[in-house]
Design a protein around this ligand. Structure first.
Ligand code: UTP
Length: 297
C-alpha cells in the first residue's frame, strides 16, 4: 500500500429504497429484510463487510425500515430464553449478529435515488475512502468482492467498481462500462480504466457486456461529484452519473471480480438466489436437491 493512502475502513449500505419491484411483500417490510434461506438480504452484505476487514458499517435507512436496526441490535431476552432452553448454539448465533461489527444508521429523508443515498452518508464517512455494497446483490467470492476492490484501491489509489460479463439480453437492466485495459504497474486482465458509464442501455447501444454488480470502493471525492449531479432518469440522483464525473476528473477503475453474484432485487432473481443458496446448505442442501429432482420439471 502507498504510504499516505488512507485505508478503506468504512462501508455504506444503502437500504432506503421503496422496493417497488417486490410489492406487495415490501409494503410494510423492508426489501433488505427478506430472507434468502435463513438470513435477511442485508445480513449477507454486513457479513461481506466483516470478511473484507471493514470496521464501520453505515446503513442508510428511511421510513418503515426499523426492522433493520432491530435485527442488528442485541436481543437479551431472546438470548436468555434460548440459553435457558439449552439452545446455546442458537443463542451464540443471535449474539454474533449484534456483535459482528460497529453499525451506524442515517436516514435518507426521501428515496431520491442511490446517488442521493450515498451522499446522505457523507458526514459519517468523512474524508476517507469507503466501500458501497448493495444489499440486494449477494456475491459468493473468496476473497470477497469488496476485498478484491479494496486491494485494487490500495494498489492504485483509484476508485474501483465491480463488474461482470452479462448476457446481452439482460444488459438493459445494468449500468454498463465503456473501458480500456488499465496500463502501468498494476495492469491485469481483470482491470479496466473507465472511459464512460451508460445506465441501462439498449442492447444495440451497450458499449460492452460488462455490467456493474453492486460493489464499489470510492474515494471521498465522489461526494463532491454527487453534489454536482442533477436529477437524472426516473427523477432520481443516480450513482452512475456521479461515477461518470469521478471517472473524468480523477479516474476510475472497473474490476472484473472473481466470484458468483445473485441479484435478489426482483422476484425472479430472488427465487433463483434462494434455490441456489439453499442447494449449498450443509444441513439440507442434498435433501433439497433430491426434492427438486423429484418435481421432474
Ligand atoms: P434498488 O433500485 O435495487 O432498490 O436500489 P429499490 O429502489 O428499493 O427497489 P425498486 O427498484 O423500487 O424495486 C439498490 C439499493 O439502493 C437502495 C435500496 O434500498 C437498495 O438496497 N436505495 C435506492 C436507497 O437507499 N435509496 C434510494 O433512494 C434508492
Amino acid at each position: 500500500m502507498t504510504m499516505n493512502r488512507k485505508p478503506v475502513r468504512k462501508a455504506v449500505l444503502p437500504a432506503a429504497g421503496l422496493g417497488t419491484r417486490f410489492l406487495p411483500a415490501t409494503k410494510a417490510q423492508p426489501k433488505e429484510m427478506l430472507p434468502v434461506v435463513d438470513k435477511p438480504l442485508i445480513q449477507y452484505a454486513v457479513e461481506e463487510c466483516v470478511a473484507s476487514g471493514i470496521e464501520n458499517v453505515i446503513i442508510v435507512t428511511g421510513r418503515g425500515k426499523n426492522a433493520i436496526e432491530d435485527h442488528f441490535d442485541a436481543s437479551p431476552e431472546l438470548e436468555r430464553f434460548l440459553a435457558e432452553k439449552g439452545k446455546t448454539q442458537l443463542a451464540d448465533m443471535i449474539r454474533q449478529i449484534s456483535d459482528m461489527v460497529h453499525i451506524s444508521y442515517i436516514r435518507q429523508k426521501e428515496a431520491k435515488g442511490l446517488g442521493d443515498a450515498v451522499l446522505t452518508a457523507k458526514e459519517l464517512v468523512g474524508d476517507e475512502p469507503f466501500a458501497v455494497l448493495l444489499g440486494d446483490v449477494i456475491i459468493d467470492a473468496v476473497p470477497s468482492a469488496t476485498r478484491q476492490l479494496m486491494d485494487a484501491y490500495d494498489a492504485t489509489g483509484l476508485g474501483a467498481i465491480a463488474v461482470e460479463p452479462v448476457a446481452m439480453d439482460q444488459i438493459h437492466l445494468y449500468g454498463v462500462v465503456d473501458g480500456e485495459p488499465a496500463t502501468g504497474p498494476h495492469a491485469s486482465d481483470r482491470l479496466l480504466r473507465v472511459r464512460n458509464l451508460v445506465e441501462k442501455p439498449k442492447k444495440e447501444d451497450a458499449p460492452s457486456n460488462l455490467g456493474i454488480t453492486g460493489r464499489y470502493v470510492l474515494p471521498p471525492e465522489i461526494f463532491s461529484c454527487l453534489e454536482r449531479t442533477t436529477v437524472g432518469s426516473g427523477g432520481e440522483i443516480q450513482l452512475t452519473d456521479g461515477l461518470r464525473l469521478l471517472a473524468k476528473e480523477q479516474g476510475l477503475l472497473a474490476y472484473r471480480y472473481e466470484g458468483r453474484s445473485y441479484d435478489a432485487g426482483d422476484k425472479l432473481g430472488f427465487l433463483k438466489a434462494t434455490v441456489e443458496i439453499a442447494l449449498k446448505n450443509e444441513e439440507f442442501g442434498e435433501e433439497f436437491r433430491a426434492y427438486l429432482k423429484s418435481l421432474s420439471l
